[in-house]
Design a protein around this ligand. Structure first.
Ligand code: APR
Length: 246
């Protein structure tokens, strides 16, 4: 069975995305040659202990990434996934990305497994503050209610994913007939367990990546190429098979 045949009869699609889908928008990935984890050490920046030790350094890094996001836009890959949500009745998008680009592309329901970099909250009282005061580079943002440290609303290494969000993604992976894993090195668990959950439940599993990954052997198909070129073709094919007007 090939993807083209599956697309003629698919009723339920689950998509998992990673940093690779945003690469064509100009957002750096983590593990490529010039990726973020080659320039910075995750243990210095992306865990709670690092934040408590040096919140200023961690905020500098997140502000740097937030600034990049102000200058970029969703690309044809994001837009194709937003089109899929419109066309497929049972459609689930789970993303490891924190960059908010799926929502900006038009997806209404996004399971953000690793949080959202545009949001933040107090580590003590939980009060949300998405516009923390980062104007003074020598100070770290503080909660306006209790004075506690404000942290980015992202999942760091060693932290649990939001359990309800992950469970919903897992249920969708186990329910779908087509699972697409897009632009992820598939190394970070539990997100990386979703393709296998889908396969074990009988879905046709397809990986879309510019190179093979450690999980490639597990997929029914690996489509080697750019997400921004392959996903629009898949969305077009769904549209054609449904007779949906452009
Ligand atoms: N199209 C498709 N795939 C691409 C493209 C592209 N244009 N550009 C890069 N890729 C692929 C790379 O080949 C790589 O396999 O995207 C993948 C990006 O992998 P990572 O940088 O490891 O990103 P990701 O899988 O999202 O990382 C998972 O790790 O540090 C954490 O929390 C962070 O959510 C992140 C998690």
């Amino acid at each position: 069975m090939e993807l083209s045949a599956i697309l003629q009869r698919t009723r339920s699609i689950c998509v998992l995305t990673g940093a690779g889908i945003s690469a064509e928008s100009g957002v750096p990935t983590f593990r490529s040659v010039d990726g973020l984890w080659n320039k910075f050490r995750p243990e210095q920046l992306a865990n709670f202990g690092a934040f408590i030790r040096d919140p200023k350094l961690v905020w500098e890094w997140y502000n740097y990434r937030r600034k990049i996001l102000e200058t970029v836009n969703p690309n044809p890959g994001h837009i194709a996934i937003a089109r899929m949500e419109e066309m497929v009745h049972d459609f689930t998008l789970a993303t490891q990305n924190v960059d908010n680009l799926h929502r900006r592309a038009g997806n209404k329901r996004v399971l953000e497994l690793h949080g959202n970099i545009t949001q933040s909250h107090c580590i003590d009282c939980g009060t949300r503050d998405d516009r923390p005061d980062c104007s003074d580079e020598n100070k770290t943002p503080r909660c306006k209610s209790c004075g506690g440290l404000i942290r980015p609303a992202v999942v760091w290494f060693g932290e649990m994913l939001p359990q309800d969000v992950f469970e919903e993604a897992k249920r969708a992976a186990q329910r779908c007939d087509l699972f697409l894993s897009v632009g992820t090195s598939a190394l970070v668990y539990p997100a990386a367990s979703l393709p296998m959950a889908a396969k074990q439940a009988g879905a046709y599993t397809v990986e879309i990546n510019i190179e093979r990954t450690e999980q490639s052997g597990m997929f029914d198909e690996t489509l080697l190429g750019r997400a921004g070129e392959i996903l629009p073709l898949i969305a077009d094919s769904i549209q054609l098979n449904k007779g949906v007007k452009a």
